[in-house]
Design a protein around this ligand. Structure first.
Ligand SMILES: [Zn+2]
Length: 168
């Protein structure tokens, strides 16, 4: 099912019809994440589906991709940070379920889940602890080597005269 991504989904309905979705969000729709990046101008592509897992437990799983601009903590200029992640989350799992399945869970609000919130959490978790360019590309290491400037050679007027003389 292709279409507009909604913010809220009713779990029982989507599980019943094996809802799967594909689309995109704008970063501005995720305010907590927006506040952590340099530019709010980013598109987030995602696809996800509702399914019951092997043990008949409701889950939502999918894939998120985006390219965020973070601030390098070393040189304080923007750095592009691609995120490309899969997620597989139980819905309303008990602590025992979580241990048994080794997955994380999301909790519904009376049978409804906040998809934006889920995607936002997944993306925030995928951010680096400390954002930094690698050393080859960091602007701190990039500064043109400040070689001492050679004194500008002015033409020595006498030499100029001499060369004029030699030509004649
Ligand atoms: Zn840097």
């Amino acid at each position: 099912m292709q279409g507009k991504i909604q913010q809220v989904y009713r779990v029982s309905k989507e599980l019943g019809q094996k809802g799967h979705f594909e689309g995109s969000l704008q970063l501005t729709q995720l305010p907590r994440l927006s506040s952590l990046v340099v530019s709010e101008d980013a598109e987030i592509s995602l696809r996800f589906e509702f399914a019951t897992n092997l043990f008949d437990h409701p889950s939502i799983r999918g894939h998120v991709e985006t390219l965020l601009e973070l601030e390098c903590q070393r040189c304080l200029t923007p750095m592009a940070y691609p995120i490309n992640i899969d997620f597989d989350l139980l819905i309303d799992a008990s602590d025992e379920d979580l241990e048994a399945f080794g997955l994380d869970t999301v909790y519904s609000d009376d049978g409804y889940i906040d998809l934006y919130g889920i995607i936002e959490d997944e993306l925030i978790l995928a951010l680096p602890q400390i954002s930094m360019h690698d050393e080859m590309t960091c602007n701190v290491y990039w500064q043109p080597e400040t070689e001492p400037q050679e004194p500008v050679k002015k033409d020595n007027p006498f030499l100029v005269l001499k060369s004029l003389k030699d030509k004649t």
